[in-house]
Every structure is written in C-alpha cells, then in structure tokens.
Design a protein around this ligand. Structure first.
Ligand code: AMP
Ligand code: MG
Length: 317
C-alpha cells in the first residue's frame, strides 16, 4: 500500500472499485464505490465491520444527493446551511443504492464532506463514495494518513494524504426521514447549532444518551489501553493516585495534575480538543502505560461529542 498525494490516482483506483483511504475534515475514511456492491462488501471485510452497521455515502453536492435519496425540505435546508461539513442526514433511499450500503434499511445516510481534497475526488469521480472511518472495527478513528497505513495498510490500495483532519470527531448524524428530526450521533456540528437553525429542540437518541446505563454502550474507539473516565479533577487525582503506570488526558488549566499527561487543549478550546482527541488517545494507548485517566469535558457544543467518544472508549467490550 502507498500513501499518495495524487487526486487523479485516487479517482482511478475508486473507479476501478478498489479501496482508498480518503481525507475528510472529520476523520480519514475507507472509501469505495457506493454503487458497486462488491466494492462495498470489501469495505466491510477490510474493517471487519459487522454487516448490520450501515455506511455513510459521500457526495460533492446536494444535486448528487438527490440521485441517491429523497431530499425533503428540512434536509435541503440543513444541507444548505451546514454542508459541506460534518453533518450526515439519514434520508429515504432510492433504488440505485445497493442494500449492502444501508444494511437493508429503507434509508441511506448521506454527507457532503468539507475537505477540499475529498470534494475534488468526489467531483472528478462523479460517483458516490461509501466511506466509514478507516480503522479496524472498534478501534480509534484515524486522523492522519499514517494512522490509516498503520491499521489497514495491508488491506487497501492506497491512502490519499490530505493532512491532519481539522475537526477530528465524526459527523453529527440526524435522521430526517421520519415525522420529526432525531439526532442519532453527536459529532462535529453542535446540536445547539442545529436547534438554532431549526428553531426547535431536537431529540437525541444515541446509545450514550443514557449515561446511567454505560453497560448499554457499544464499546468503541479502543486505543489499546484501559480508559477510565473522571467527571472532574478531584476524581482524576483519585484515579491517578499512587499509580505510576497511569497517564492523564486533560483539558484546560491542568497544573493540578503532576502525573505524566497530554492536554487536549491547554487554552480550553473545544475545537482544538476535538482535533487532537483521537491522535492523543492513540499516542497514550501506545505509550506503555496501563491506564489512561481521561477528564470529562464541559458537556456542551463539541464537548458533548468528545465526551461521547471518551465514554465509549472507556466502555468494556
Ligand atoms: P461511520 O461508522 O462513521 O461510517 O458511521 C456510520 C453510522 O451511521 C452507522 O453506525 C449508523 O449509526 C449510522 N447510519 C448509517 N446509515 C444509517 C441509516 N440508514 N439509518 C440509521 N443510521 C444510519
Ligand atoms: Mg467509525
């Protein structure tokens, strides 16, 4: 496998139904021709992803989305305001979309990614690209081309290098196929921003919306080392106490922490924290410590999406 910088080469490989690691603003995707069931099957196989977990289809414009799905009024509005960007909409699918993409659902998840290199690929290819995150199922999402190479290098044709991802957490997913919109995944677009645009409160129905039931959480984003979540600095200090094998993942002012640590954003900036999240988790997971104590972030805006990822990373599989 090669790390490449040629958009044209990536387009040729995708047109030939091969798999290519692709840069997006959220995380790197494992892309394949969404209209070719064999290419899509090879995505599931390369990731070892269960076939009941549907894929997001990427297009370069709303017009291209209308060929795959029924883009209703609310979807059109959200696309116009938030796309290209980290927003995925679940819409009633058209027949052209193979069932393997949607795991048999009558709906399809569609996104217009906000990365110039990815948009160029989609425009030149002029075909929709199915692309889940380019990691093995259950592990930390990749935010650089090198991360993709490490996890999937043997299994794919190439990775197109578009630099480190600017957003760093996956897209926010909103199901707009029913009577009222429902948020299915917290991500790069804050729920508050969607609510403001739509002038209403949104239902959030993710498997982490009930934090009292962490047993219900799908264990995910495993960095290779046990992760313990601390609700505040006092709890973090307690978890770190007398444990030279543990390391901290902090946020904001962290002079209180005298243990080895990485700080997601010393300035306390949530965007910066999201952009650093997965690569810092990876780094700590590979650093030889046996426990990562992660401080919970303020639970608003992107902080909610980051806390969701930390909670899943700390869930036992
Ligand atoms: P990713 O793993 O980032 O590719 O995100 C894919 C996720 O999108 C899936 O795990 C589902 O949660 C969601 N998704 C994709 N397609 C659909 C769909 N048709 N209906 C509901 N959720 C979907
Ligand atoms: Mg993923």
């Amino acid at each position: 496998m090669a790390i490449i910088s040629s958009v044209q080469k990536a387009v040729e490989l995708l047109a030939d139904s091969q798999l290519v690691g692709l840069p997006t603003e959220t995380v790197y995707g494992l892309g394949g021709n969404a209209l070719d069931p064999m290419a899509v099957a090879s995505i599931f196989e390369a990731k070892q992803r269960p076939s009941f977990d549907p894929l997001i289809v990427h297009v370069h414009a709303v017009e291209a989305a209308t060929q795959l799905a029924e883009v209703n009024g609310i979807a059109e509005r959200l696309f116009r305001v938030f796309s290209p960007g980290p927003l995925t909409l679940v819409l009633p699918k058209k027949d052209i979309v193979p069932d393997i993409v949607t795991s048999g659902h009558p709906t399809v998840a569609v996104r217009i990614p906000g990365h110039p290199v990815m948009l160029e690929v989609l425009e030149r290819l002029n075909m929709p690209v199915a692309a889940p995150s380019a990691n093995l199922f259950g592990f930390t999402s990749p935010t650089t081309a090198g991360h993709v190479e490490t996890q999937l290098g043997e299994k794919i044709a190439a990775v197109l290098d578009g630099g480190p991802c600017s957003v760093g957490v996956e897209s926010t997913i909103v199901d707009v196929s029913g009577e009222e919109p429902v948020v299915l995944r917290l991500g790069g677009i804050a729920v508050e921003a969607l609510e403001q645009e739509l002038g209403r409160k949104l239902k959030v129905r993710t498997s982490s919306s009930n934090p009292k039931a962490p047993g219900m959480l799908l264990a995910h984003y495993n960095p290779g080392t046990k992760v313990v979540l601390a609700q505040n600095k006092e709890a973090a200090i307690e978890h770190l106490k007398n444990d030279s094998q543990s390391v901290a993942l902090t946020f904001g002012e962290d002079a209180w922490c005298s243990h080895p640590k990485l700080n997601l954003s010393p300035k306390g900036n949530l965007n910066e924290a999201a952009a650093n999240l997965f690569s810092y988790l990876r780094e700590l997971g590979q650093s030889g410590y046996t426990k990562i104590v992660a401080l919970t972030l303020p639970n608003s805006g992107l902080g909610r999406a980051i806390n969701d990822r930390l909670l899943r990373a700390s869930a036992k599989s």
